[in-house]
Design a protein around this ligand. Structure first.
Ligand code: ADP
Length: 492
């Protein structure tokens, strides 16, 4: 993709009349446009906001204070002798006005004959469908590492201290994924406290990122202690994950291996998909970010795409990390006709990002079924691998029961072989529930847990495989066609 400056210059030169820069960084956008107007010599930079009106135009300073229509009238009548880029701030707030919306449509035609462009900047606003075609969109990603390095160097220089090379490298890497404003704020705090930028600021940067996740409505920062040792069975999946973990190393990179992209885990409820997502993050010492798809789509139609972009940026800012897309089948199973194609567009954004991403964000997507899973997700190459987590085999059931007994009653030895046949069709979650139920029986009678408690508990539980038999059989049939790799090593 072309550098951002080139893309912007091209839009101005090709006389795009209305440009929407999708970014929350108004100050940065302003400074980038100022630089562009200098580059594209003979272009004048001007801006308008509700309080100060027009700025940067001799003889028309403060025109249109509190009068958005006036500034549009002004640019409409502006002759072509001084090509102008006009940045209009907060304009999304005035577009409910029918006159202003109409005026913008007119300008979309009119300005094409002139060398003037109007630029809008917003992280979340999207024009209504009838205005959409009048705009050209341009995303502004957060500053790249090279830009951050210059920014940090400049800040440091201004204090009179030169920053050490390796500290600069580390800070730059830590700041990647933060907006310029956030980096400046962090630096200002550091300078106020210590008078210079140093390694001590790294923690603050990480904390800032954590808070940025906490502010997000869509991402949740999960604290997890689960390890692969807490997963019973699923040996094939565990071996594969160990292999992929190694592919994050520098050696793997110089060996020519690509960064792992992610894995899709499909299986009936309670088979350990979420547990696996948690164990991956913990075993790989990466933060786990859980993406709530429901929230991605909640709220105003059209806002979802902006929220997706913002969510991806936030996740990338935490890289290396694990991004867990929980119940992905629920989110993208929407009907294109009923949601105006939003879920399709969001899915396309996510897939493009997954294909092009260069940051170490490992995506773990989980799904309970395939009937609502869009075919695009299942296509080869989207994920590194698709695993099918079936209901545990006899051997796996034993190891899952053992794990849960050990974690709760570590010093008690109980024979459990008799449970194997009695728990056929149980999921990992149901086996755990059986152990807990059995412990309730024992505790109520104030004695140690015994085998018959487990047998009784198992006999009382009606597993999902009985109540949702058809669904599970459908999944098994689908998996048997080879479209997903079995997560378990089947020996029996
Ligand atoms: P899913 O995400 O597939 O619906 P979960 O991972 O949420 O299932 O499982 C719920 C709980 O059941 C887990 O937290 C864990 O305690 C238990 N469990 C499920 N599968 C296993 C397993 N293979 N080994 C050990 N515990 C399991």
């Amino acid at each position: 993709m072309k550098p951002w400056n080139d893309q912007f210059d091209l839009l101005i030169k090709s006389r795009a009349p209305l440009i929407l820069i999708r970014s929350t960084e108004e100050e940065r956008v302003e400074s980038l446009i100022k630089q562009a107007s200098k580059r594209l010599n003979s272009r004048r930079y001007s801006s308008w906001d509700y309080i100060d009106g027009l700025q940067g135009v001799l003889n028309s300073e403060r025109l249109g204070v509190r009068q958005p229509m006036a500034v549009l009238e002004w640019i409409k009548k502006l002759d072509s002798s001084i090509p102008t880029i006009l940045l209009i701030k907060d304009f999304d707030r005035f577009l409910d006005d029918a006159g202003i919306a109409r005026m913008l449509k007119n300008l979309a035609y009119k300005l094409r004959e002139t060398p003037h462009s109007i630029v809008f900047c917003s992280g979340s606003w999207r024009p209504s469908i009838d205005l959409e075609d009048s705009f050209t969109f341009l995303d502004l990603p957060y500053p790249k590492e090279s830009e951050l390095k210059i920014l940090l160097e400049n800040i440091s220089k201004a204090t009179g201290y030169s920053i050490e090379r390796d500290v600069l490298e580390e800070l730059t890497r830590a700041c990647s994924g933060l907006s310029e404003m956030k980096v400046r704020q962090m630096a200002a705090r550091a300078l106020a406290q210590r008078g210079k930028l140093s390694r001590d600021d790294l923690n603050e940067v990480l904390e800032e990122k954590r808070q940025s996740i906490a502010r997000s409505e869509v991402l949740e920062y999960c604290n997890t202690v689960a390890t692969q040792g807490d997963i019973g069975g699923l040996d094939s999946l565990k071996a594969w994950l160990d292999q992929r973990h190694q592919a994050f190393s520098e050696e793997a990179k110089s060996f020519g291996l690509p960064l792992p992209r992610g894995v899709l885990l499909i299986g009936p409820q309670g088979t350990g998909k979420s547990l696996t997502a948690k164990a991956i993050a913990h075993s790989w010492s990466m933060p786990l970010l859980r993406l709530d798809i429901g929230r991605l789509f909640a709220g105003i139609v059209g806002a979802s795409e902006a929220r997706t972009r913002e969510t991806i940026q936030r996740a990338e800012s935490m890289a290396p990390c694990v991004l867990w897309i929980d119940e992905i089948d629920k989110g993208f199973g929407g009907d294109a006709r009923s949601d105006g194609g939003t879920s399709q567009r969001v899915l396309a954004n996510v897939l493009t990002w997954m294909a092009e991403k260069t940051s170490p964000v490992f995506v773990v997507a989980t799904a309970n079924g395939i009937d609502r899973l869009p075919a695009e997700l299942l296509r080869k190459g989207r994920f590194d691998e698709i695993f099918m987590l079936e209901l545990p085999s006899a051997q796996e059931r034993l190891s899952i029961i053992k794990l849960h007994l050990q974690s709760r009653r570590p010093n008690v030895e109980i024979p459990i072989d008799s449970l194997v046949d009695r728990t056929e069709g149980f999921s990992g979650a149901e086996l755990e529930q059986t152990v807990i139920e059995a412990m309730h029986f024992a505790f109520a009678e104030k004695r140690e847990l015994i085998e018959s408690d487990l047998i009784l508990a198992a006999s009382q539980l009606v597993p999902l495989s009985r109540t949702a038999k058809e669904q599970i059989e459908f999944l098994q049939e689908w998996a048997s066609t080879g479209r997903a790799r079995p997560a378990s090593l089947r020996i029996n």
